[in-house]
Write a protein that binds this ligand. Sequence first.
Ligand SMILES: [Zn+2]
Length: 275
Amino acid sequence: MRFSLIIVGTAFCAVALPVSAQQSSKPGIERLYVLNCGEGRAGDQSRWSPGVNVGVAFDMVDNCYLIKHQQGLLLWDTGVTDAIAALPEGQKPDNPAMTQWKRPKTLAAQLDQLGVKPSDIKYVAISHTHPDHIGNVEMFPQAMLLVQKAEYEWPNPLGVGRFKPEHPATKLEGDHDVYGDGSVKIIATPGHTPGHQSVLVKLPKTGALLLSGDAVHFKDNWDNRRVPSQNVDKDKTIASLERMAALIKENNAQLWINHDKPQRDMLKLAPEFYE
Ligand SMILES: [Zn+2]
C-alpha cells in the first residue's frame, strides 16, 4: 500500500513538472521591430575602411529597434533627428566625405503606426552619442536612459553635457542584463567611442541577435576587422570585435550591423516583426 502511494506520488510529479517548466520558460521577451531611423549616402567609404575604397561613395542606413518585453518596452537607439524628415535633400554634412542623412519616415510616425506612444517607452538604450544615434532621445523625456558611464561623461566638444542632466539615466559600467532574465543584455564594446555598447537579444523563435551599434559599420569591415580612422581607440575596437565574435559563437547569434544597407534590405521592417 505504502509502495503504491509512492508510485502515485511520483506519477503526479511527472505530470506536474512539465506544467511548471512551461510557466517558468514563458518568454518575457515577445518581439522585436526594426525601425527605419535614417538613410544616407557618404562621399568616401575609406573614412570607415582606411585605405580601402578611397573616394568611393556608398549608401548607409540607420536602424532603431523596438523590443517588446512583458516588463516594458525598450528602444535601442533613436536614429537621426526626425527634423531631417522635413528636408527634401536631407542634411548635408560639412565634410562631403561624411554622410548626408535623409529621413524617409519619422520615428514618431513609426511608433504611432504600432500604437506606441513615446510615454509607453520604459527604456531608451543608446549605443553611443553620435548624432545619428541620439537624434530623438528627448522625444522620451521620462524613459530611463541606459548608457555607459564612460559615454555619459565623455567631454562634449560643445562644452555641454551629452544628455540633459534632468533626463533619468542609469550609468552603466560594463555589461547589463536589462530585465534580469538574460533576454536583453547590453554588452560593453568600447573603441568607436569611449562608452560604446552593443546589445545581445534572445528572441523566442528567431534566437539570438547581436545588434552592433557602430562597433562595426558594414560586413566587409567585420570580415576584415577594419577600424575606422575616427574611432577613439583602435586596440579597444579590435578587442570589442573579438569579444563580439566570441559571443556570437557562444550564443549561436546573428550579427545585425546597424549601418549595413545590404543587410537591412534583407530584414523585415516595422510593422512586421521578429519573435
Ligand atoms: Zn552611426
